[in-house]
Write a protein that binds this ligand. Structure first.
Ligand code: BG6
Length: 489
């Protein structure tokens, strides 16, 4: 069986990794969009490459489905989003699936009993809550009433509240049923290979860490423009906006990887502690640090209020006020319907204190030296610097050293972010998940902005945001659009 996106790279088996305990994954919202696009194809991929040999999956949702129609739904999702699915693989995967209609106490209990019928001893369960925020607490109560808390882990999707108060209330209710050690709050940007490569790059090499601070670095940009629009998510987006959807989640998490101190070990608690220290050092974000934007035509989208003040774009400046970063601005930007889809982190180094090169040489004319990470699956990185143009005299130009995982023999091994995170949750590894206290701190630094948001400024679709973004970053300039494109291989 093959779908339109059939991959050409052969699947590679990763059998050497600890497969984790035999686990029943209970997928709430199993027929929703995230499940269809990412979770079911991801689970299938993990099973088919041998990374999750011992899982069974109970799918449940409020939609009307029978076992048969659920299997048809899953098969369609794999065809569309995974592509490479042999009959033997489908046979193996579909035997692991069972549908529990309605997600009620009775249907869950009976589906779990059936799928675990031939297994001995206490079973591990991973409850994946792919449901809207309002539904999450209801599911947690159902799990409590079904006696499905012991030996269980629970994966929760953002948003984790909409402000400090609601985040605290949500965490408190979750903690009434599950211990924090059982909770896995997902932020899929932390599962991207390229995000993990930031840790490898910084802490596996002696070359970069000594220059990774305010004496050498002028500023940092984390820029995630999207070409995507609302994609039928008006209801969710109207109540959320770009700041809550992307910044307080993904962009701040990636910023923590970029800014954190070296952890004492590659262990979950050590990494979490360093990330949370970054959050604790952040200065509060106020209305003057932010440009909010709304693309023209947003208010006419179906499901959007005609006078909506929801931002579809945000650019901001923030500071991490510690010894390493005091005074170094971090500029963050993201939005919908923008000119390009990109996900970059760009580190701008300070320029040399004096130049011996004559004014016509081109020194400094193409901005400072940059280290750039691309968070796409290719994990591209680039280090740009001035070098001599061949020929007489001393004419300088910007050159770069670039890396892409696509150029290596590992390109077929890249795990999609959700795959990596599901795998870690099954194995009980918290390293790439966020904590209650980290999330609450991020809402705390956001209070000034959320209480008094500046007005939304219009921007045309297909642009880089409202004009005010240039004042926000001046005298510096946004890296995107790139002056020089990534090198194609
Ligand atoms: C999601 C947001 O969390 O991340 C979406 O809700 C956004 O609005 C998406 O489009 C971006 O993720 P990725 O991995 O496609 O860059």
């Amino acid at each position: 069986m093959t779908g339109p996106d059939t991959m050409t790279t052969p699947k590679r088996r990763h059998a050497s990794l600890d497969p984790g305990p035999p686990t029943t994954i209970v997928l709430f919202g199993a027929t929703g969009d995230l499940s269809r696009r990412k979770l079911l194809p991801g689970l299938f991929h993990l099973v088919s490459v041998g990374l999750l040999p011992h899982v069974r999956i109970v799918g449940t949702s409020l939609e009307d489905h029978t076992q048969e129609s659920f299997l048809a739904f899953v098969r369609e999702s794999l065809m569309t989003f995974e592509g490479q699915v042999s009959e033997a693989e489908w046979e193996d995967f579909s035997r692991r699936l069972i549908f529990a209609p309605g997600g009620t106490v009775e249907s869950l209990k009976s589906a779990i009993a059936e799928i675990e019928r031939d297994l001995d001893g206490p079973q591990h369960r991973l409850h994946y809550l792919s449901v809207p925020p309002k539904g999450a607490l209801a599911v947690i109560r159902t799990l409590r009433d079904s006696g499905l808390v012991e030996n269980s882990r629970v994966v929760m999707e953002k948003p984790f509240g909409v402000d400090l108060e609601s985040a605290k209330a949500l965490n408190a209710e979750v903690h009434e049923v599950f211990d924090e050690s059982q909770v896995f709050r997902i932020d899929h940007f932390l599962g991207k290979e390229a995000a993990l490569n930031i840790l490898a790059f910084r802490f596996a090499n002696g070359l970069f860490e000594p220059i990774w601070h305010r004496n050498m670095i002028d500023h940092v940009q984390i820029d995630v423009p999207e070409q995507l629009g609302l994609e039928q998510r008006a209801d969710f987006y109207e109540a959320t906006g770009a700041y809550r959807d992307m910044v307080v989640t993904h962009l701040f998490q990636v910023m923590a990887f970029t800014a954190m101190e070296a952890p004492t070990s590659l262990a979950p608690a050590a990494i979490t502690e360093e990330k949370n220290k970054v959050f604790r050092s952040m200065l509060p974000i106020g209305p003057d640090d932010v440009v909010r934007g709304q693309y023209s035509g947003y208010r006419n989208e179906p499901g959007v209020h005609p006078e909506s003040e929801t931002e579809t774009f945000i650019a901001l400046r923030c500071f991490i006020d510690n010894w390493r970063w005091a005074g170094v601005p971090f500029y963050l930007r993201t939005g919908k319907n923008m000119a390009e889809g990109q996900r970059i982190i760009s580190i701008a180094f300070k320029e040399p204190p004096k130049s011996m090169f004559p004014s016509g040489s081109g020194i400094g004319q193409r901005g400072p030296d940059h280290l750039t990470f691309d968070l796409a699956d290719e994990s591209r990185m680039s280090l740009s610097f001035y070098g001599k143009r061949p020929g007489p005299g001393f004419r300088l130009d910007k050159l770069s050293m670039q890396f892409s995982v696509e150029e290596t023999e590992w390109s077929g091994d890249v795990l999609e972010a959700y795959e990596r995170l599901i795998l870690d949750a099954v194995r009980g590894d918290h390293t790439l998940f966020t904590t209650a206290s980290g999330v609450e701190r991020l809402w705390e630094v956001s209070a000034g902005l959320l209480d008094d948001p500046p007005p939304v400024r219009p921007y045309a679709r297909g642009t880089w945001g409202p004009n005010q973004i240039h004042q926000l970053i001046a005298p510096r300039a946004w890296r995107l659009p790139f002056e020089r494109a990534w090198r194609e291989h």
